[in-house]
Design a protein around this ligand. Structure first.
Ligand SMILES: [Zn+2]
Length: 461
């Protein structure tokens, strides 16, 4: 009787251990993942986006541009697709058109598709309304329209290809740091090298480099997703390139030829890669970021397990009203061509009896990978405070790692926090002159964004 009792206990223990080991093994490889890439370099000379001061079309290619996608399913078949791209913006028109067609074609709802762009300023202009703002010659305006249509098709196809190539996979998360991002509102570019040496750079920054490694059953890396919160603006020349993020991706892919490296732009609205404006800095910063990714891959990894949950909503933002007619009529005669353009646009709306909407729905998305990773993706050129505050609010010792992406789903312009709005300057409201929006955001902007983030984080818990 006693022997039987012990035998039973041993058998139970062995069974329990077996189940335990199997479930750990399954948990680590409980995902399915597929990746795809497509070249999106425009054919021939094109009008470049990113600097209003551009006066002529592109002149050759230093580096090709790519869009890349990863489709990840959990064991229940819940799916998310993340698309990254060497593009200045994914604006509302493009983002919504792609999401609509992806839903029709692959039954993937908008909340399960994240469209992020690297914000390279050495790629094509995609915002059709900028034709009049930048006086884009008709030939290049026509090419811009054609490019945007083709790009939309390419992005839709890309999502399908990623879904079609899924294999069993495991996910691991780790983080490192890179320090070339500088708060551009608080430090003069010319002083940066000296200030850095003296340890006197000021202003908020987020130097973290989150890395998600996606590998197949044999341990072969399918994709490396990595992020950084910094404007992708080393160069302002007329050659095509993915800028520092393009070179970081290139360096990682050279080291791991079977892998797709995917750059996810963070909340870098007020951050610049400094020093800059020389090709050597493209390589230097690209290398620094790639090295941080390698260090993260070599370091301690957090195995990502569990189920996938996603949520998407629009934060109801408001703009301040535009100037009255009398002021607009004065501005229409300004020596500043951008002020003239904006005033004429607004006067045109008034004359046509239309009111310029003061509301804007900013897409915010939350993607939760089990208990281990929470990705919050915010639209617009969000300033770094959004990243820092989200991490402060949600980081905990036993909670998921927090990854904040900016420049996601709808890059309409800058998204200031209350602090930046009050301080003013370019990101606070100055940039509005390049948009069709009436005035800067109202003081509710940060509060509205965080109310939405809080709701979504709760939803994906
Ligand atoms: Zn920008």
């Amino acid at each position: 009787m006693l022997n039987n009792h012990y035998a039973l206990r041993y058998i139970t223990l062995i069974l329990w251990l077996l189940i335990g080991v199997t479930s750990i093994g399954m948990a680590a490889e409980s995902w399915r993942a597929g990746v795809a890439r497509t070249k999106i370099t425009p054919n021939g000379p094109y009008w470049m986006g990113g600097y209003a001061s551009r006066t002529r079309p592109s002149e050759g290619t230093l580096q090709d541009l790519y869009a890349k996608a990863i489709a990840i399913d959990d064991t229940d078949g819940s799916r998310v697709v993340i698309v990254t791209s060497d593009l200045l913006v994914i604006n509302r028109e493009l983002g919504e058109a792609v999401k609509q067609r992806v839903f029709e074609k692959y039954k993937l709802p908008a909340s399960r598709l994240l469209l992020n762009c690297s914000h390279t300023h050495c790629g094509p202009e995609l915002r059709l309304y900028r034709e009049s703002l930048h006086n884009i010659p008709p030939e290049f305006a026509r090419r811009m329209h054609e490019y945007v249509k083709r790009l939309e098709n390419q992005l839709v196809d890309l999502v399908g290809k990623a879904i079609a190539t899924q294999v069993p996979a495991r996910l691991d998360f780790s983080q490192q740091k890179a320090s070339f991002a500088v708060n551009r509102r608080n430090n003069r570019a010319a002083d940066v090298s000296r200030l850095r040496k003296e340890g006197k750079l000021i202003g908020p920054v987020d130097h973290s480099v989150p890395v998600l490694k996606v590998a197949d059953r044999k341990g072969r890396m399918l994709a490396i997703l990595f992020g950084y919160a910094c404007h992708n603006t080393v160069m302002s020349f007329y050659q095509t390139s993915g800028d520092y993020a393009g070179f970081a991706q290139q360096y990682i892919e050279e080291k791991h030829p079977e892998t797709i490296a995917m750059f996810v732009m963070g909340a870098g609205g007020d951050q610049n890669p400094l020093p800059r404006r020389e090709v050597k800095y493209l390589h230097e910063h690209g290398r620094a970021l790639a090295d941080a990714v390698e260090a993260a891959l070599a370091g301690k990894q957090r195995s990502v397990t569990g189920s996938l949950r996603t949520a998407l909503a629009k934060a109801p933002l408001e703009f301040q009203p535009h100037a009255d007619r009398e002021t607009l009529e004065k501005q229409a005669k300004s020596t500043n061509k951008y002020e003239r353009w904006k005033a004429n646009y607004l006067l045109g709306e008034l004359n046509a009896g239309r009111t310029v909407s003061r509301k804007y729905g900013l897409p915010v998305q939350a993607i939760r990978f089990g208990d281990d990773l929470l990705l919050v993706a915010i639209g617009g050129e969000c300033v770094v405070d959004y990243s820092l505050r989200t991490k402060t609010q949600y980081s905990s010792a036993d909670g998921p790692a927090i990854w904040v992406a900016g420049y996601s789903n709808d890059v309409f312009g800058y998204l200031p926090t209350l602090r930046v709005l009050k301080e003013g300057g370019y990101e606070g409201g100055g940039h509005m002159v390049y948009t069709k929006f009436p005035g800067p955001f109202t003081k509710t902007v940060e509060k509205r964004v965080f109310e939405t983030i809080e709701r979504l984080v709760e939803e994906v818990k």
